[in-house]
Design a protein around this ligand. Structure first.
Ligand code: HEM
Length: 550
């Protein structure tokens, strides 16, 4: 989940700032190698050019306090073996004010795959090494907790299992995960993923006729909200047709979680201040709207389940008229409070919306920059689907398209960093010591872009993942590829999300083709996920192939 930002990562930015990194040197496709191309030798590639950014203005994260924190927290008796990033104040302020993962990448090139960083009020150990990431993620529960993530996003997730810790998390994850079973996923592919994508294609067809420039990032965000609404609640937000206030509310709430992670003074813990500070008023309104919407949907569904006396009768239970996760959870008759159920479902809604939208956005961008990959993907879709809508079985054969999505998630991981906090003193692989209470930032972006881990790390090469091999994940790449995290807190929606993205792109590519509107600045900023700063504008046109029009 992007937010995972929220959930998982909380990127440390105070003000949205744009970074113009990729416009001049966009990733490009090229040669085909047929294995997972993991590099083990050290490559001294020079760091990429500095990105430009505007200065942050947050009064709660002034530079002098960052500097003070650094000298107090880092000066004494550091026997951890972890190099300290000697970031200039300008760098730190850039980190506080911009897309976090970009300066983190620069420092990785300077200090190596593990370094310590004072950022505003906090001191982080930044990890860009797959072995250390594996150790920290796998030891969730015994040695590591979510820590900061839970602190700064509780106002939104309440006790939802995306941020809960300990026995509550164990119990709620155990209750929710069975709802995402195989039969559910195949029903949802047909009834939700395909139908929502077809509706998007219908909308885009109108734009194809007029030749209007379409902001695809916006369209993908609407599509994924409609999908998660139907899949989790059996509710049609219909945001492809009408503006949905939920999209803005989710964005506002996730942004607030990020801001809280860098605020030097957690003034938002004082209730009276939350009633007068405009940023807090806005955040509270957003959360109220999201909660109210979820509560109403639960209440309606509960009435039906009670009236019908419905109960789960088999393991892979799906109600034919309402296959949603909500219906499954209510029919399972698990003892759970109304607020807990609301917070768990809200976790799914938030976690499952923006993340998949961002994956679709960046995959469309990468394909539009790589005509040969776009052509390959279209040919595959035509050959496998023969003009039909995809089924779960078809998805298994859309191997190249799947690799395009995998590769997009390598170059643009959502969220770009994951946070953990050490519960006990520990020694990390490589003999690096951390104390109890240490905040750790796993830079997924760095691991995925590291020339020590990947050959041609900056290039879009879908073929680097063997087409005949398994879909890459954290286990079969030994934590070199961790877009869904790993260990006990790994994303519960990974299969759901991959199916959703593959089906949506397959249906779009089947009927339409797209090209970037020239001369736009496609720059990155972070929300919960990696966003474009100004949208992704494309011209879409109807495809004329026989199978596309069948
Ligand atoms: C491509 C889309 C997605 C990406 C990239 C993604 C990524 C992630 C990541 C990285 C985490 C783990 C965070 C950590 O380790 O701290 C996570 C957790 C989670 N994701 Fe996803 N996610 C996606 C889609 C979804 C969907 C569609 C759902 C729901 C249907 C979902 C539900 C969740 C939940 C509930 C958690 C919290 C799990 C826990 O803490 O036990 N995600 N996601």
């Amino acid at each position: 989940m992007p937010f995972s930002l929220t959930l998982s990562s909380v990127s440390l930015l105070a003000n949205p700032t744009t970074h113009y990194l990729r416009t001049k040197n966009p990733p490009h496709s090229s040669s085909s190698s047929s294995c997972i191309n993991i590099r083990c030798s050290i490559d001294n590639k020079p760091p990429p050019p500095r990105s430009s950014s505007t200065k942050p203005t947050s009064w709660v994260s002034p530079n002098w306090l960052t500097s003070l924190t650094k000298s107090i927290t880092l000066a004494q008796n550091d026997d951890s073996n972890i190099p300290i990033a000697n970031s200039k104040l300008d760098d730190v302020s850039e980190l506080l004010g911009g897309a976090l993962f970009l300066p983190l990448y620069r420092w990785m090139n300077e200090y190596g795959p593990i370094y310590r960083l004072a950022a505003g009020p906090r001191n982080f150990v930044v990890v860009s090494d797959p072995a250390v990431a594996k150790h920290v993620l796998r030891n969730y529960g015994s040695k590591y907790a979510k820590g900061l993530v839970a602190e700064v996003s509780e106002f939104l997730f309440g006790s939802g299992f995306a941020i809960a810790e300990g026995p509550l998390w164990t119990a709620r994850r155990r209750a929710v995960v069975p709802s995402l079973h195989k039969t559910y996923l195949s029903v949802i592919v047909e009834r939700v993923f395909c139908r929502c994508a077809e509706r998007l294609v219908e909308k885009l067809r109108a734009d194809a006729v007029t030749g209007a420039a379409v902001n695809m990032e916006e369209k993908f965000s609407q599509l994924t909200l409609d999908v998660i609404g139907m899949a989790v609640f059996n509710y049609n937000f219909d945001s492809l047709t009408a503006d949905s206030p939920i999209i803005d509310a989710v964005y506002t709430a996730l942004k607030e979680a990020e801001l809280r992670s860098t605020d030097l003074l957690p003034y938002w813990k004082i209730e009276a201040l939350c009633k007068v500070v405009p940023r807090q008023i806005k955040a509270e309104r957003a959360v109220t709207l999201i909660r109210k919407t979820v509560e109403e949907l639960i209440a309606k569904c509960k009435e039906i389940v009670e009236a019908e006396g419905e109960r789960i009768t088999e393991e892979e239970y799906v109600n034919d008229s309402d296959p949603s996760i909500l219906r499954f959870l209510l029919a399972s008759r698990e003892e759970v409070s109304g607020a807990q159920l609301r917070d768990d479902l809200l976790s799914m809604l938030v976690a499952g919306h923006e993340t998949t939208g961002s994956v679709l956005t960046w995959t469309a961008y990468l394909l539009s920059k790589s005509p040969s990959s776009l052509r390959n993907a279209q040919e595959e879709v035509d050959r496998v689907l023969q003009g039909r809508a995809p089924t779960v079985e078809d998805v298994k054969n859309l191997r190249f398209l799947t690799r395009c999505i995998n590769e997009s998630m390598r170059l643009y991981p959502h969220p770009p960093v994951l946070l953990r906090r050490a519960q006990v003193a520990d020694v990390l692989p490589g003999n690096y010591k951390v104390n109890a209470g240490q905040d750790i930032m796993i830079s997924v972006y760095n691991i995925h872009h590291s020339p020590q881990v990947w050959e041609r790390a900056e290039d879009f090469v879908p073929e680097r993942f063997d087409l005949e091999g398994p879909v890459p994940n954290e286990t079969n790449t030994d934590f070199r590829f961790i877009p869904f995290s790993g260990g006990p807190r790994k994303c519960v929606g990974d299969q759901f999300a991959l199916l959703e993205a593959i089906v949506a792109l397959a249906i779009i590519l089947q009927h339409l083709t797209f090209e970037l509107i020239p001369d736009q600045n496609i720059s990155m900023t972070t929300g919960a996920t990696i966003h474009t700063a100004n949208g992704l504008y494309m011209k879409v046109s109807q495809r004329q192939t026989a199978s596309a029009v069948a």
